[in-house]
Write a protein that binds this ligand. Structure first.
Ligand code: URA
Length: 237
């Protein structure tokens, strides 16, 4: 639902990450203003841009976009009955929004995960027809070879006969076992299976970019932040 016309209690709950009960309590306590005046009516439908909680603007937005540095051992899903998930790492922030990861990383992989509730943007990023490049730093248990690089460029045929689109595998720094891999499609365990064709095992896999969106190096494993307006604008292009 667009923010304009949304009930005040829902607006406060979604924008401030409160439960509906907590939002109603904040409204009843006079902590919420609309257009500069205290508003105690939970069913009021004010301009979202003019609503404050404890004097601070609520900054309601139709969608939320978060970049997260996924640590190993965390599942790229919204919910999991056993393992910790990427949404668990938000620690209750945006609890009222239905955030999901736009593209998965394996449980043992690390790096950039984009969490959003914008289904259209996620679809655009993941759509095979869009060929959005995803960039990975990969550590192998054997040196990267010219044969692997040429095979990736031509399009690897997996053990089950699946023919993959051309990809890139280039040396990454002085360590011969480290590679920078660029994929433009998303097949389950793709990089591990591609290197597996050459008898190479993946020791570590870290995603550093999704299209123009680069993982912020200031984010330690498990940390996250919302995208800046500039990051979102280039991602939406
Ligand atoms: N390819 C893989 O094998 N694993 C990932 O997590 C991402 C790409």
């Amino acid at each position: 639902m667009a923010g304009q016309g949304m009930r005040l209690d829902r607006l406060v709950c979604e924008a401030a990450g409160l439960t509906r009960k907590q939002a109603r309590a904040a409204i009843a306590a006079g902590r919420v203003c609309a257009g500069g005046a205290v508003c105690k009516m939970p069913d009021a439908r004010p301009d979202p841009a003019a609503v404050t909680l404890d004097g601070a603007p609520l900054l309601w937005r139709p969608f939320v976009y978060i970049m997260l540095n996924k640590p190993a051992g965390v599942v790229s899903a919204s919910r999991d009955t056993r393992a910790q998930t990427v949404t668990d790492l938000l620690g209750g922030a945006f609890a009222r929004r239905q955030l999901f990861p736009a593209g998965r990383l394996d449980k043992d992989s690390t790096g950039l995960v984009l969490l959003t509730d914008d289904g259209a943007l996620a679809h655009d990023i993941l759509s095979p027809g869009r060929h959005v490049p995803k960039v990975y730093e990969v550590t192998l248990d054997t040196p990267l070879t010219a044969q692997m690089r040429a095979g990736f460029a031509a399009g690897v045929t997996l053990a089950d006969g699946t023919v993959l689109a051309p990809a890139e595998a280039e040396p990454a720094g002085p360590d011969p076992c480290r590679a920078r891999v660029v994929l433009r499609q998303g097949v389950y365990h793709q990089i591990k299976r591609m290197f597996g064709v050459y008898g190479a095992g993946v020791v570590a896999l870290h995603r550093v970019a999704i299209g123009p969106l680069a993982l912020d190096p200031a984010l330690a494993p498990g940390q996250w932040r919302e995208l800046t307006e500039e990051e979102l604008a280039v991602l939406q292009k």
